[in-house]
Write a protein of this length. Structure first.
Length: 157
């Protein structure tokens, strides 16, 4: 793969954050000195060859008022694990859902979800609603005490 300077510039800019404007690729094109269509073509090519896996959004939750974050550990019968996990994942307040191995007699919660909200009360209310929706009453809500510095992975292109 050629280390094209324009590709490098596009990667550098997008890794720092695509501008939050009506035409973000037009803005990126101006910065790099090519057309909007060329930016899109290059991004598609970089994705097709595996340099870019995806373009996604990362929201600074605290800036939009989301200050309560919790992991909810659910004790789900093994035969219901997939269906409950799928149901819980379908809720917009749930950003992650994953199964875990249990330790009999010590830790028997086998499904974890992450819920974000504007207050602890709202997160607890969401967890209760989810519990009622999936029929799982044995769950623990564990709030985070702080936020770690969040950074994106930088491509060494």
């Amino acid at each position: 793969m050629d280390k094209d300077e324009i590709d490098q510039a596009i990667l550098n800019i997008t890794q720092e954050g695509i501008p939050l404007v009506e035409e973000p690729f037009e803005e990126l094109a101006k910065q790099v000195g090519i057309s909007r269509d060329e930016v899109i073509r290059r991004l598609k090519r970089l994705r097709s060859i595996g340099v870019i896996k995806r373009l996604g959004i990362s929201v600074n939750q605290r800036k939009v008022g989301i200050v309560a974050n919790a992991v909810v550990a659910w004790k789900v019968p093994e035969e219901q694990l997939e269906s409950v996990g799928t149901l819980l994942s379908s809720y917009t307040e749930v950003t992650h859902s994953y199964g875990r191995v249990t330790i009999p007699g010590k830790w028997e919660h086998n499904l974890f979800t992450v819920i974000h909200g504007y207050s602890r009360e709202s997160v607890e209310s969401i967890a209760k609603q989810l519990s009622e929706a999936c029929g799982i009453m044995d769950y623990l809500v564990m709030f985070s005490n702080g936020q770690f510095k969040r950074t994106s992975v930088k491509h060494p292109f």
